[in-house]
Design a protein around this ligand. Structure first.
Ligand code: PLP
Length: 542
């Protein structure tokens, strides 16, 4: 068996790891998924229990890269994973903490802090490995790339940090300006600061939602001549490196909680659930891969009021065109959770033809899942939608019960979804006595210092107090301190409507009176011109 990747739509040839990384999307427009998944044995799990996060990352990636892959040797992989997390603010990289809740539930709650990277969001983990992997593959093949990235908040800064200063890589990030989405002033400053400092990083502000800015990008990607001429690449959650690295989060926490190395340990939990705050459902798809790899676990998917994913999981139907509403958890303000096609591929038992049909149905107005697929989803994924009121309440309750531990609003959505899932199972089926020791791991996807206005609103306090609460216990963490400094400087709103934020090489505006088709065409022309200028003679700085 040689590891490779296939398209979940079934219309593209199987490719090795390195080609899947460079392609991003498969040529048939589908997402890549491992062609065959070998179950992780109990003995292997036990041997993983003592590994650091970077070492575990190496072990998991190894299973998806052929030992004789000419593009990436075992030694090169080890070098990539050991260097990837250098910019993190802690040597532990990922931390598991108990989370007292004050509720009656028998399940032990934990948070898995995945935000110790430079932008204080979990995306830094996958993105750092992806940046290094791309850099390695491009050098080996003597190629260059221009990465084109759209962001609603966290992806952009994380991608910028991951590739800043790497030669052979230019990155162009489009983001919605303040007032057009709920991007926080700090999230914006995290990008403008890097764009000003790093010559290979280019930033474009857009007067529109994150769905609006996808349209000119999509037109660039769909023009295959243009794409090839400028070697356009993508680092969104479609990329297999991010998928595989996010799978590690589940194994890492599972090994520390279920103790496969010491099954008789008194604190070993047998029933482990993971609460995942969801946007594009990339993190959730990684959980489905962990299940396919044999990890005995269940998932709890939490969405905010943008609940298309929750609706799909609960009712088996998905409809396009649900408007995106702005919430307190902006990185989850997504109504097209595009990683669902990967999840449905697994849930249907690998039925690529069916996934293709569902995609067509969805584009035509409505997708409806058959019974056997819904049964798989029901057995493995619980879901809940959590509104801003419940998010704020969860932040306050946790702070009160867990020794002043402050959740960021995204993490709070996951914690609230976990509480809802536990309450639902408690009423649905009285637990047998004695109940198996159970645990819930809530993914902490971001640090609250990025979202101080939300903290102020949730606690009814001032900016200074919110900053103090957020920084508690993080003294000496250089990433938290750097972002906290930005939080003090960042301002809500712009000095004038025509303001161009520093670091932006362009702003895409909706010309008054222009139709949607017109501004889409104008934005595409501007974006193409920028990319052409950038790649002609490979100038750095737009
Ligand atoms: C990206 C992001 C999410 C959503 O993750 P998906 O993989 O897109 O579902 C949730 N929380 C935070 C803080 C994020 O940055």
């Amino acid at each position: 068996m040689s590891p490779g990747f296939i398209s979940v739509l079934g219309g593209a040839p199987e490719v090795p790891f390195s080609q899947a990384v460079l392609n991003g999307w498969a040529p048939d427009g589908g997402m890549y998924w491992p062609a065959s998944v070998e179950a992780v044995s109990r003995a292997t799990l036990a041997s993983w229990a003592g590994l650091s996060y970077p070492r575990l990352c190496e072990e998991v990636l190894k299973r998806f890269i052929a030992a004789d892959d000419p593009d990436i040797s075992r030694a090169e992989l080890a070098a990539i994973t050991s260097a990837a997390f250098e910019a993190f603010g802690t040597t532990e990289i990922v931390k598991l903490r108990p989370l007292p809740t004050g509720s009656e539930s028998k399940a032990r709650m934990h948070v898995l802090e995945l935000w110790h990277g430079p932008t204080l969001a979990f995306k830094d983990l996958g993105m750092s490995v992806l940046g290094r992997t791309l850099h390695h593959l491009l050098r080996k093949r003597r190629q260059r790339t221009t990465l084109l990235v759209g962001t609603s908040g966290d992806t952009g800064s994380s991608a910028m940090e991951a590739v800043r200063g790497l030669d052979g890589i230019e990155i162009v990030v489009l983001y919605p300006l303040q007032g057009f989405s709920s991007i926080s002033p700090v999230q914006e400053m995290q990008m403008t600061a890097v764009a000003q400092a790093a010559p290979n990083v280019h930033l474009i502000g857009v007067e529109g939602s994150s769905d609006d800015l996808d349209r000119p990008m999509e037109r660039c990607f769909r023009d295959s001549d243009f794409k090839a001429r400028h070697q356009l690449g993508s680092v969104n959650s479609v990329n297999v490196v991010r998928l595989l690295v996010q799978t590690v989060h589940y194994f890492y926490a599972y090994c520390r909680i279920a103790r496969p190395d010491a099954p008789d340990a008194p604190d070993a939990a047998l029933d482990v659930q993971f609460a995942v705050p969801c946007g594009a459902a990339g993190h959730l798809a990684a959980g489905v891969l962990a299940i396919q790899m044999g990890l005995p676990m269940r998932l709890i998917a939490g969405t905010n009021s943008n609940d298309a994913l929750h609706a799909l999981l609960r009712t088996g139907t998905l409809q396009p065109g649900r408007p995106v509403v702005q919430t307190a958890s902006p990185s989850m303000d997504i109504q097209v959770p595009y990683n669902v096609w990967r999840i449905l591929y697994v849930a249907s038992g690998g039925d690529a033809a069916a996934v293709g049909r569902w995609q067509t149905d969805f584009a035509a107005g409505r997708l409806e899942l058959p019974r056997h697929v819904r049964a798989w989803l029901d057995a493995h994924i619980h879901s809940a939608a959590v509104d801003d009121g419940a998010t704020a309440r969860t932040m306050r309750d946790t702070h009160a019960h867990a020794a002043s531990y402050l959740l960021d609003p995204h993490t709070a959505v996951g914690v609230a979804a976990a509480a809802a899932a536990l309450a639902a199972t408690a009423t649905a089926a009285p637990t047998p006595t004695p109940a198996p020791p159970s645990a819930v791991v809530c993914f902490a996807c971001a640090h609250p210092v990025k979202f101080l206005p939300t903290v102020e609103a949730a606690f009814g306090c001032g900016a200074e107090h919110a900053l103090g609460m957020a920084k508690e216990g993080t003294a000496g963490h250089r990433c938290v301190e750097a972002v906290a400094r930005m939080a003090c400087d960042a301002r809500e709103g712009y000095p004038s409507p025509s303001w161009v934020p520093p670091g932006c090489c362009a702003v895409l505006r909706k010309r008054p009176g222009a139709s949607a088709e017109q501004w889409e065409a104008e934005w595409t022309a501007t974006l193409r011109a920028k990319i052409e200028y950038l790649t002609r003679g490979r100038r750095s700085k737009l």
